[in-house]
Design a protein around this ligand. Structure first.
Ligand code: HSE
Length: 340
């Protein structure tokens, strides 16, 4: 399976590391053999080689600051831009891991269309295109007969979408609610331990949890985008940010945290979506509430179903390896269908 990566930051490098470290295992277990044939970044160069790029050399070049440090190899192109790679490269799958533009989904959205229209599957960790244009993307994928997968967009590699869209497909889901942003949950947890808001945010950035622009996290928009994606995936509904009631955690003070603690409660940023609409709100939950004990960058989602009652999934919500794994799970899904 030949992959073209659009973006090569935390998440793209996380996927590359997994492919490097698990190559033998994945070959053994699944007969899965993936090759990165293209990597494009916004400011750190681009590489395309139809016979495959060397993963350790790619990671080494980025450690030195740019893909320009990647050694010369026969057949290597350094001047293909993202649009040309999406359309003309020999990749089987376009992997979109550039920073999310939650409003328009661009420029990633057009690249996804170009990839689908030219016969490539599309796998995303970038939330922008899915939140902004799920319906159109789905249609384009169906028309092209290609897969469109985006497990990594909600709860990183924790299989929230696969659970809702596949395992629970025979149930009617009335509501999904939970903690869908790792950065804010990490900040709230650290503030409970006495750390300042600013320091906790800086740590979340350092650990690779936060978005390139962390206001998307702390103001609730990242969680809202995930709620929009869940709503599209589960309810086939096209919510926009304007339809949602969104509030983040940037106004929560050390005093608010302490007041909750004294009352046996914890602040959590709770996203909720039903077929009628959605919201993101900081709420004080009693300590014995199931979501109150979900701490750090861990996320959780509870699906309210007709046949099983409540089904809750708890797991990693952000991070290099965790999100890289989400992408891998989609690639393996495509591979399995290929094989059968
Ligand atoms: N910034 C996001 C978060 C990354 O903190 O949850 C995962 O989507």
């Amino acid at each position: 399976m030949k992959l073209a990566l659009i973006g090569f930051g935390t998440v793209g490098q996380g996927l590359a590391e997994i492919l490097r470290d698990k190559a033998a295992d994945l070959q053994d277990k699944e007969g899965f053999d993936a090759q990165i044939v293209a990597v494009v970044t916004r400011a750190r160069g681009s590489l395309y080689r139809p016979d495959g790029l060397d993963i350790p050399a790619l990671l080494g070049a980025m450690e030195r600051g740019s893909l320009s440090h990647y050694p010369d190899q026969t057949g290597l192109q350094r001047d293909w831009d993202a649009a040309k790679i999406a359309r003309e490269s020999s990749a089987d799958v376009l992997v979109e891991v550039s920073p999310s533009n939650l409003q328009t989904g661009q420029p990633a959205l057009d690249l996804c269309y170009a990839a689908l229209d030219s016969g490539k599957h599309v796998v995303l960790a970038n939330k922008g295109p899915v939140a902004a244009a799920y319906g159109e993307l789905r249609q384009r994928a169906e028309k092209a007969g290609k897969r469109l997968l985006f497990e990594a967009t909600v709860m990183a590699g924790t299989p929230s979408l696969r659970l809702g869209m596949q395992a629970l497909v025979g149930c009617k889901i009335a509501e999904a609610r939970g903690i869908l942003n790792g950065t804010t949950n990490y900040i709230l947890t650290r503030m409970e331990g006495g750390m300042s808001y600013a320091e906790a945010l800086a740590q979340a950035q350092q650990l690779g949890y936060a978005e390139a622009d962390p206001t998307a996290d702390v103001d609730g928009w990242d969680a809202a985008a995930k709620a929009i994606i869940l709503s599209a995936a589960l309810f086939n509904q096209r919510l926009t940010f304007e339809d949602m009631d969104v509030k983040g955690i940037s106004q929560i003070t050390a005093q608010d945290i302490e007041a909750a603690r004294a009352a046996g409660q914890r602040w959590k940023l709770i996203a909720r979506v039903t077929p009628e609409g959605g919201s993101v709100q900081p709420l004080r939950l009693p300590n014995d509430h199931p979501l109150a004990s979900v701490s750090g960058s861990t996320n959780a989602v509870t699906y309210s179903t007709d046949l099983l009652g409540e089904v809750t999934l708890v797991g990693s919500g952000a991070g290099r390896q965790q999100t890289g794994f989400g992408l891998l799970s989609d690639l393996l899904d495509i591979h399995r269908l290929w094989r059968s």
